[in-house]
Design a binder for this molecule. Structure first.
Ligand SMILES: NC(=O)c1ccc[n+]([C@@H]2O[C@H](COP(=O)([O-])OP(=O)(O)OC[C@H]3O[C@@H](n4cnc5c(N)ncnc54)[C@H](O)[C@@H]3O)[C@@H](O)[C@H]2O)c1
Length: 264
């Protein structure tokens, strides 16, 4: 049953009390770094106050555990790679701060009121049905542009790297956390770095199209290299990513009709 409500609305309480969930998967967020820089108050209202209200309502409804979608944005500029969960946290944006603040509230709610949690810090998530508009991830944006026969814009020299994790692997990590890793903070990632240029090459190979690529100025504040150690999630959740990037991209492209056949 789908009920569309603001995360902080009183009506959420009624829904929770009627449904009595054992576990809540908390994915709702103001999820854009640029929007958080334009509207930090809005970001904090949704991500911090919204999370606090949700936790209060979960307690009242007897929820056992909250599984929280956090982000690599909490780490800020990497001091070392791959980033593990012991890496210092120093967020560079209001979004990173709000995700970290929500993590800290989860910890306090567990300590004082016994509401269990698992925090999952996602790397760069991609997959079918990702929104290419607004702040869509680079995979969704490139796929959409190729579909429209438009040129691709790469910010900087394209040698910056990210850790691209398929949404199905993220969903499986959430399900695994249902009954394990209480009170834990875990990276959900592939542990592999892929440059934007490598991504463009994969797109060309898979789609057999040669989109024109332009290079624009690097975006201020963009992190040069980022990939996350996932060994803790592997052991705590008995989980491992199943998609390599090429397979995941092929499946994502097939979903929007950019690839036919079952070759990939
Ligand atoms: N996509 C990524 O690469 C990535 C990486 C790290 C963490 N995350 C986290 O994963 C979660 C999902 O992100 P996404 O990429 O699917 O973003 P998204 O923007 O597509 O999804 C966020 C959802 O939250 C909902 N939402 C926004 N404000 C709300 C409010 N006030 N009340 C109720 N719902 C509200 C939106 O309607 C949307 O459905 C977020 O918590 C995000 O911070 C995403």
């Amino acid at each position: 049953r789908l009920v569309l409500l603001d995360i902080a609305a009183e009506a959420v309480q009624r829904e929770l009390e009627a449904f009595r969930p054992e576990v809540v998967f908390h994915q709702a967020a103001q999820a854009s770094v640029p929007v958080s820089l334009q509207r930090p108050g809005h970001d904090a209202r949704v991500n911090i106050i919204g999370t606090i209200r949700l936790l209060e309502m979960c307690l009242a409804a007897g929820v056992r555990k909250v599984i929280y979608a956090s982000s690599a944005a909490v780490y800020g500029t990497p001091c070392y790679l791959p980033i593990d969960e012991n890496h210092p946290v120093y967020p560079l944006s209001p979004y990173g701060i709000s995700k970290l603040a929500a993590e800290m509230y989860l910890s306090v709610f567990r300590k004082h009121w016994g509401l269990d949690f698992t925090v999952l810090r996602y790397a760069n998530v991609y997959g079918p049905r990702q929104d290419a508009l607004g702040e869509g991830g680079v995979v969704a944006v490139f796929a959409d542009r190729i579909r429209r026969c438009e040129q691709l814009t790469v910010f900087g020299d394209g040698e910056q790297t990210r850790d691209f994790i398929h949404v199905h692997d993220v969903a499986r990590a959430n399900l695994a956390a249902f009954s394990s890793a209480g009170g834990q903070v875990l990276n959900v990632s592939t542990g592999r770095a892929t440059s934007v240029n490598q991504l463009v090459t994969m797109f060309k190979r898979l789609t057999r199209r040669v989109p024109s690529v332009t290079f624009a100025a690097a975006r201020p504040g963009d992190i040069r290299h980022s990939y996350l150690d996932n060994s803790k999630a592997r052991s705590e959740l008995n989980w491992a990513p199943q998609y390599d990037l090429e397979t995941g991209l092929a499946q994502t492209l097939r979903a929007i009709g950019l690839l036919t056949g079952d070759k990939h």
